[in-house]
Design a protein around this ligand. Structure first.
Ligand SMILES: C[S@@+](CC[C@H](N)C(=O)[O-])C[C@H]1O[C@@H](n2cnc3c(N)ncnc32)[C@H](O)[C@@H]1O
Length: 210
């Protein structure tokens, strides 16, 4: 059954220990990801889109969709009036699906968590939905995203509660104290997939880069 497969694929992704493992899991999931996430009532892309549109003016460019997957957000960003959106993901299979939607100006097969080959301040906005979560990207992925977002630019992230409590919240507070970022908005924790039993809640975070 699709639901069972989805549960086990996601559990494997959450338990992944190395980036290549995560990439392989998503490569093989890419074909059915959109349909299965739709059945699960997956909400991160919608919530991220709402937050971005509230804080980043229409027409701002370029935007980086970090951990873009199959491009669920990219489709809507174009409709919402952001003319140039680029996708970054570790999984070629997911990027191929995103490419087929024809909504990204560029696709980058790269791993978050290490150095990124983009200039300081390269992006007006960054969105990252469902990526700062178990077995994917942790706090080590944050500083590079801040570096490549321009001063005054907006970052919208979802952060799973387990990560939040294991140091993410502390790191955000440090960065605020250092004047690197301001927290513009934080949602209450919510279930990203209401159709799945036992989902650990996540929060949406809007950061303005200093
Ligand atoms: C749950 S999916 C979310 C995809 C998309 N943002 C969405 O909301 O549908 C997580 C995505 O993060 C990507 N990912 C996981 N670890 C990554 C890493 N270290 N660097 C880049 N992408 C990564 C996976 O390949 C996958 O496409």
């Amino acid at each position: 059954m699709a639901d069972d497969r989805h549960n086990s694929t996601l559990s494997a992704a959450y338990a992944a220990k190395r980036p290549e493992e995560v990439a392989a899991i998503y490569d093989s999931w890419s074909e059915t990801y959109d349909a299965e996430m739709s059945v699960a009532g997956y909400r991160h892309p919608t919530i991220c889109l709402a937050l971005l549109a509230r804080h980043l003016p229409r027409g701002a460019e370029p935007i980086l969709d970090a951990g873009a997957g199959t491009g669920l957000i990219g489709e809507w960003l174009a409709i919402a009036g952001y003319p140039r959106v680029e996708a970054l993901d570790i999984s070629q299979g997911m990027l191929d699906k995103a490419a087929a939607k024809g909504v990204y100006a560029a696709l980058h097969r790269l791993a978050l968590g290490g150095p990124l080959p983009f200039a300081d301040g390269a992006y007006a906005g960054i969105v990252s939905a469902g990526v700062f979560t178990s077995g994917h990207v942790g706090i080590e992925g944050l500083d590079e995203l801040i570096r490549i977002c321009r001063p005054g630019g907006v970052m919208v992230l979802t952060v799973k509660n387990t990560l939040w409590q294991a140091g993410f919240e502390r790191r955000i507070a440090d960065l605020v104290r250092q004047g690197m970022i301001a927290v513009v908005e934080e949602t209450p924790p919510y279930a990203s997939m209401p159709g799945e039993a036992g989902t650990v809640p996540s929060r949406g975070l809007v950061l303005r880069v200093g």
